[in-house]
Design a protein around this ligand. Structure first.
Ligand SMILES: NC(=O)C1=CN([C@@H]2O[C@H](COP(=O)(O)OP(=O)(O)OC[C@H]3O[C@@H](n4cnc5c(N)ncnc54)[C@H](OP(=O)(O)O)[C@@H]3O)[C@@H](O)[C@H]2O)C=CC1
Ligand SMILES: CC(=O)N[C@@H](CCC(=O)OP(=O)(O)O)C(=O)O
Length: 343
């Protein structure tokens, strides 16, 4: 058994990690942290987890966490900057769900996140934890930057087209919709029931911090910088992201369905649906699966890709566990073979 710790176990991605790791056959959950609820038993915050052992929340303390083989950061941006270096120095692997190590350029990170990068010395060893792209580097890594939720759906959707140079790189469009849990559990006006229900809106049109993250990956794959218009929206639901992606084909003699099926043939968590399909968020709710469908309306030169994920699972905690499995040499799907919850 490996010993795991979760920093920020009271938040939405933290409790999703709890749900997955408590059921993981190779993991002993050793430390769960909360600053405000230290000393409280697990079930006092999460009654659904009553009966799942005797875990008690503890204050985040590197000396205690360093006894773990792997520590997950399910914390706001900047927290992993401050603590990851010491954990790594003490031999603990780090899987960070925040954006702290996603951008390779610390100056660019500072511009988008509004604070100076707190651990630029660690960036060279951080591996971007998208298993469908970086399976081998992840297996060798000590420090993983788990991709953001929108970047997971959008990158997986565009990847086959961009890798094979099938589309005009300067005219990519990602129209993406997220449930409210994407904003986290902390109190904020936009997440209130009266604000977020019976409403549907776009946000971040002038620039969202996931844009540089998506561009970093697609540029690396394409060998040049693409042009991407990314518009996120907030949907009146709790979980899920649906990304509708548009691109202009630069050749017409290609079987797009075959391209997608071949690209993801070895990816256990990417489901390329049959031609004509429309993936939906409830079809992935509670699972680590990204469901994709590729369309070419009217056999024209526009390709439309639909990508559905659960933002808290494939978009965060499930993907983090998938990374842990690869890092520790476990089967990639261990503890993640859950079936979607309806409705
Ligand atoms: N929600 C989502 O869909 C996704 C979120 N992410 C990222 O994952 C991270 C966590 O997100 P989410 O779970 O939504 O956030 P929440 O706001 O729901 O939870 C954050 C947790 O971090 C803890 N925390 C806050 N500040 C500190 C600190 N200084 N030191 C230690 N712990 C701290 C809090 O616990 P306490 O106050 O009890 O200590 C809280 O439980 C964020 O970086 C987010 O951007 C990534 C992909 C998707
Ligand atoms: C609906 C919603 O608010 N979603 C969040 C993104 C989810 C997230 O937390 O991503 P990071 O890990 O990159 O911060 C947002 O748009 O800011």
């Amino acid at each position: 058994m490996i010993r795991a710790g979760i920093i920020g176990a009271t938040g939405y991605t933290g409790v999703e990690l709890l749900r997955l790791l408590l059921a993981h056959p190779k993991v002993e959950l050793a430390v769960i942290t909360s600053r405000g609820n230290a000393g409280e038993p697990l079930e006092s915050l999460f009654p659904n987890l009553r009966g799942q052992g005797t875990l008690v929340f503890q204050a985040p303390d590197v000396a205690v966490l360093a006894d773990c083989d792997v520590v997950f950061f399910a914390t706001p941006h900047g927290v992993a900057h401050a603590m990851a270096g010491e954990l790594l120095a003490r031999g603990t692997r780090v899987i960070d769900l925040s954006a702290d190590f996603r951008l390779q350029d610390p100056v660019l990170w500072g511009r988008w996140y509004g604070q100076p990068h707190g651990a630029p010395d660690l960036l060279p060893e951080a591996v971007y934890g998208l298993p469908e792209l970086n399976r081998e580097p992840i297996a060798q890594a000590r420090l993983i930057a788990v991709p953001g939720c929108y970047p997971t759906a959008i990158t997986l959707g565009f990847l086959p087209l961009v890798e094979q140079g099938l589309v005009d790189l300067h005219r990519l469009v990602a129209d993406a919709k997220s449930g409210v849990s994407g904003a986290g559990r902390k109190a904020q006006m936009g997440s209130l029931l009266c604000e977020a229900s019976e409403n549907f809106k776009a946000y971040g049109v002038p620039g969202h911090r996931h844009l540089p993250e998506i561009l970093q990956t697609l540029s690396m794959v394409a060998g040049q910088s693409p042009g991407l218009t990314f518009v996120p929206h907030l949907l009146p639901m709790i979980r899920g992201i649906l990304a509708t992606l548009y691109a202009t084909l630069n050749r017409s003699d290609v079987d797009l369905q075959d391209v997608y099926e071949q690209r993801y043939a070895q990816a256990p968590f990417v489901d390329v649906m049959p031609p004509g399909s429309h993936p939906e968020t409830r079809g992935v709710r509670g699972t680590n699966v990204c469901r994709l469908a590729v369309h070419r309306p009217g056999d024209g030169d526009t390709v439309v890709v639909l990508a559905a994920i659960d933002n808290l699972v494939k978009g965060a905690s499930g993907q983090a566990v998938q990374n842990m499995n690869l890092m520790l040499g476990f089967p990639e799907t261990l503890g993640l073979d859950t079936i979607a919850v309806l409705p």
